[in-house]
Ligand binder design. Structure first.
Ligand SMILES: [Zn+2]
Length: 114
């Protein structure tokens, strides 16, 4: 069970990276700073992750019967996942984002290599 805890920490770190990536891409922030909007979103997403009763073994969030995201926040997190997800999978393949991305994107496809 010790590895479950570690995996959760890693997902937490991962979502931080993703929100920063999204914020830099969409809101023109840099050096790991977040705009007010994203500074609100990140802790929200972290808490949802922390409180998820299924832990790291859960299925995709979109199929989860616990609707833990408020609709507005859910949309914002979805936008982050859609933007940062494919980039994370290519740039940081070691980070445990696969089920997060899968959950928010619906039908997963491998990132296209062009
Ligand atoms: Zn932002």
């Amino acid at each position: 069970m010790g590895t479950a805890r570690k995996s959760l920490d890693r997902e937490r770190a991962t979502i931080g990276v993703m929100v920063r990536m999204y914020c830099a891409g969409h809101h023109g922030t840099s050096d790991g700073h977040l705009c007010a909007e994203c500074a609100e979103l990140l802790p929200y997403a972290e808490v949802r992750l922390e409180k998820c009763p299924f832990g790291p073994d859960k299925g995709p969030c979109s199929k989860c019967e616990v609707h833990c995201y408020k609709p507005e926040m859910r949309q914002r997190v979805q936008a982050v996942m859609r933007y940062a997800g494919p980039r994370m999978l290519t740039r940081h393949p070691v980070m445990g984002v696969r089920h997060l991305v899968k959950g928010f994107k619906g039908n997963p496809k491998p990132p296209s290599r062009q």
